[in-house]
Design a binder for this molecule. Structure first.
Ligand SMILES: [Fe+2]
Length: 431
């Protein structure tokens, strides 16, 4: 019969063979080894990358404690930090470690431990810490993702194309309808994490609620899967010279609309005072649109705020297609000077709204069988659409000072489907 002492010695031997010395093991983990070894159920994923901190989460079959070792990529000394464990309704135990005091823009490596056992010792995990305000950065955005592959969904292809990006994004945005059919926790590993393990372990993710997240109780599902800023329904964060605002548009009527709108105004006021060069609003529902979805009045109700505070981009999902609108003013009016002039914007006095809702689900495929063919000429809104195409797509946006470059990229083969840039000049645009 193997005693605890023997088992601890054996684990020590295995760790040393794997290149981990007892000194490198978290101190608290050295005392004894767990008899029932925890199994890794979900690989690590990065959350709340804010200023100089980042959270690493992973799931195990059991856990009484967890820890993480990390070091700069070119450093030699591992630092230890312990975390918290939290039994979940489904999907095992969440292990959560928050690292603070990161050096801006530095690449780090990390190793994860549960109950004294290193999980995935053969794999090198790494991330880049959030950058300082003056540094260029990029992000990806995708909506409507976790359609089962057996229903002809393509979350697997999307993950591959994000991994293939030559310039690794600093973070990713999931624009709602993350898990089909009902945003249920039971689907997260099956339809998302299994495909996105490499993406999520190296690129921090910010997720938003869509209408499918609201088919079930988000507190028991969506909120259990992610660690997000603020109340996790609506929140904001910064990267570089840009302020991002994520909203919960629920099923079009918004979660706590009045409170959320009041918060949005306060947040925009603060953002303006701090002088961010770019403002990006994220939500699941479109406002005006020429897709097969209706306009969403509550989003249009926010347009005057977007205009007043100088929002540059509004990114949404919901319609399973790709559509980029011409710049609009606060009344939702198309700014005529940009009609037909759609690739290189300069000092735009309006916001550009983009539907990128075909991350892993495309209208006319699988469980959503009605064919869709964009036809902006026959749209109820004249001159609204700059570019539309019915294709599997996600967005890549790169911001460098007063320059923003955006590309819609095919989730199938990585081809660029759409491209535009915005340049700002003038004293008002300095951070
Ligand atoms: Fe939706």
């Amino acid at each position: 019969m193997i005693t605890h002492h023997c088992l601890a010695l054996l684990i020590g031997l295995l760790l040393s063979l794997a290149g981990v010395s007892q000194e490198q093991m978290p101190a608290a983990q050295q005392k004894e080894a767990s008899v029932a070894a925890p199994q890794l159920l979900r690989k690590p994923y990065l959350q709340t990358a804010l200023a100089d901190s980042i959270s690493v989460l992973w799931r195990t079959s059991s856990a009484s404690r967890c820890a993480l070792l990390y070091k700069p990529e070119n450093g030699r000394k591992w630092k230890e930090i312990s975390g918290l464990v939290n039994q979940k309704r489904v999907g095992g135990v969440e292990n959560l470690v928050t690292i603070r005091g990161l050096k801006a823009g530095t690449k780090y490596q990390y190793r994860i431990f549960t109950d004294g056992q290193e999980l995935q010792p053969d794999e090198t995990f790494g991330f880049r810490a959030p950058k300082k305000a003056s540094a260029p950065f990029s992000f990806y955005a995708a909506g409507d993702i976790g359609e089962p592959v057996e229903n002809e969904g393509k979350p697997d292809k999307l993950a591959v194309q994000i991994s293939n990006l030559a310039d690794t994004p600093d973070f990713g945005l999931l624009l709602g309808d993350i898990i089909y059919p009902d945003g249920e926790s039971e689907g997260y590993d099956l339809h998302l994490f299994n495909y996105f393990a490499d993406v999520f372990s190296s690129i921090p993710t910010f997720a938003l609620l869509g209408n499918h997240e609201w088919n079930v109780n988000p507190e028991q599902n969506f909120i259990q899967e992610w660690k997000l800023p603020g109340n996790e329904h609506y929140y904001s964060f910064d990267q570089g010279n840009t302020h991002f605002i994520a909203l919960d548009s629920r099923k079009g009527q918004f979660y706590e609309f009045e409170e959320q709108k009041a918060w949005l105004i306060r947040d925009l006021e603060q953002a303006r005072k701090k002088g961010y060069q770019w403002l990006v609003v994220l939500l699941h529902y479109n406002g005006k649109s020429c897709t097969y979805k209706q306009d969403t009045e509550r989003v249009i109700e926010l347009y005057p705020l977007f205009s007043k505070y100088g929002v540059d981009l509004v990114l949404n999902g919901h319609a399973h297609t790709y559509e980029r609108l011409n710049p609009m003013g606060g009344a939702g009016e198309v700014l005529p000077e940009w009609v037909g002039n759609t690739t290189a914007y300069k000092n735009v006095d309006g916001f550009i709204s983009i539907t990128v809702g075909s991350g892993g689900k495309l209208r006319g495929i699988g469980s959503d069988p009605t064919p869709f063919k964009p036809d902006p000429q026959r749209c109820r809104h004249k001159n609204l659409v700059a570019v539309s195409m019915h294709d599997w797509a996600f967005l890549r946006v790169a911001i460098d000072g007063n320059q923003l470059q955006a590309e819609a990229i095919s989730s199938l083969d990585g081809k660029v489907l759409d491209r535009f840039s915005i340049t700002k000049t003038g004293a008002d645009n300095e951070l």
